[in-house]
Design a protein around this ligand. Structure first.
Ligand code: S3P
Length: 442
């Protein structure tokens, strides 16, 4: 990595290389956040294996430490001394969620029913993201929250207090909003209900059940009856399918690849990426399916494939939302027109991912256009290396790196150190895989 004027630049050698052998990837980010939060308010101790140590999850760890929880991060195991539902204490300072939307939104739910005052803020990207989606339902429950732009943006000040249960139809498909409401509902003796029109990741529901809380799921409704401490326990976090997605696409578009990605979380509400890539002709197999800590896990075997274009829209979008930037890269190598629609949420992620991907892939020679709610990509089977920018967004940086592996020439990615938000070691792993190919040839 080269650091010029405090902007880190990663250089990706193009021309293609075969990704072969086995890899094990870091733990799932969504599940890691939830393990820290639920472990902290459980009755007994909790141990977490496979915890993802990255900027985002460490923001959650720091927050819970400020709330009085002892969390020890060892090389293999994270140990949390749960305080029970009512054991958290008032933080002495503002809680900084950094770049992490999950930290900010889930903690807004957790802090609303507490008997103390707290303030949550974030970095400049997070401060620009919408918070009213959590504030509105929590206020309906009686939460006292104020903040910038009429509580639409961080920082938010939460005057903790007694809440009451609601039944709430989610107006946006968001697991963070659903989870914030469920966390607040965990403090109430009555039943809180969240109704989704399009299903979103259910890691919170699964982990609550795993820790002994009554969560009923029927059709599109989730109901929680709280008032009882979750039981601490042993939680194993699978590898993050959102991180695996970059290697799936890299293996598909780089000739001669045969890559086994071990122990990946394959929760059906996260496997939209596998369905999309298979639909594009990607050879992807799931082996050794099993369950760990209430979550489905499997090994993912990927072989280079000739990709064809597709249309992606509707209910699959929330099940693949974080992977759409790298789907756009796959589409550049699928000859013909790929269309992504119904994905307006991409505009309010860490950055506007529709604008970021169209702008940056154009620099690499892609034929790609923005739609209000998606992208149209005319795949030509090639890209050419260029200098481009991550826009400070980890998933844009990694998607561009995948494009760079197969582009002609060299791709330079500015502001690339943001990958530490979800995947420290990403670029080292790309280099290691390239070295592996070289040593096979020698
Ligand atoms: C997440 C939910 C999704 C996802 C984000 C993580 C979670 O966000 O994009 O990366 O852990 O609940 P939304 O809830 O905003 O859809």
């Amino acid at each position: 990595m080269v650091i010029l004027n405090l902007v880190s630049i990663e250089i990706i050698k193009g021309g293609g290389f075969s990704l072969t052998g086995e890899i094990t990837l870091p733990g799932d980010k969504s599940i890691s956040h939830r393990a820290i939060i639920l472990g902290s308010i459980s009755k007994g101790p909790t141990t977490v294996r496979g915890f993802l140590k990255c900027d985002d999850t460490l923001s959650t760890v720091n927050a819970l430490r400020m709330l009085g929880v002892s969390i020890q991060i060892g090389p293999e195991i994270v140990r949390i001394k749960g305080k029970g539902l009512f054991g958290l204490r008032e933080p002495e300072d503002v809680i900084d969620a950094g770049n992490s939307g999950t930290t900010a939104r889930l903690l807004t739910g957790l802090l609303s029913p507490q008997g103390f005052f707290s303030v949550i803020t974030g970095d400049r990207y997070l401060k620009a993201r919408p918070m009213e989606r959590v504030v509105v339902p929590l206020k309906l429950m009686g939460a006292k929250i104020s903040g910038r732009e009429n509580a639409k943006r961080l920082p938010l000040a939460i005057e903790g207090g007694k809440l009451s249960a609601i039944s709430y139809h989610l107006p946006v498909a968001s697991a963070q909003v659903k989870s914030a409401i469920l966390l607040a509902g965990l403090y109430l003796g009555e039943e809180t209900e969240v109704i989704e029109t399009i299903p979103t990741r259910d890691h919170t529901e699964r982990m609550l059940s795993y820790l002994g809380i009554d969560v009923e799921r029927k059709d599109s409704a989730v109901r929680i009856k709280g008032g009882r401490d979750p039981e601490g326990g042993e939680i194993t976090v699978p590898a993050d399918i959102s991180s695996a997605a970059f290697f799936m696409v890299a293996a598909l578009i780089n000739p001669g690849s045969e890559l086994l990605i071990k122990g990946v979380g394959i929760n059906p509400l996260r496997t939209g990426i596998i369905e999309i890539l298979r639909d594009m002709g990607g050879k992807i197999e799931i082996l050794n399916e099993r369950e760990e800590s209430g979550e489905p896990v499997g090994d993912v075997f990927v072989k280079s494939s000739t990709l064809k274009p597709t249309e992606i829209k509707g209910e699959i979008i929330p099940r693949a939302i974080d992977e759409l930037p790298v789907v756009a890269v796959a589409a550049c190598f699928a000859e013909g027109t790929t269309i992504i629609r119904d994905a307006k949420e991409l505009r309010v992620k860490e950055t506007d991912r529709i604008k970021a991907m169209t702008t940056e892939l154009k620099k690499l020679g892609a034929d790609i256009e923005e739609l209000e709610d998606g992208m149209v990509i005319k795949g030509r089977g090639t890209l050419r290396g260029a200098r481009c920018s991550s826009w400070g967004d980890h998933r844009i940086a990694m998607a561009l790196a995948v494009a760079g592996t197969r582009a002609e020439g060299t791709t330079e990615i500015e502001d690339a150190d943001c990958v530490s938000v979800s995947f420290p070691g990403f670029f080292e792993l790309i280099r290691r895989l390239r070295e592996r190919t070289k040593s096979q040839i020698e």
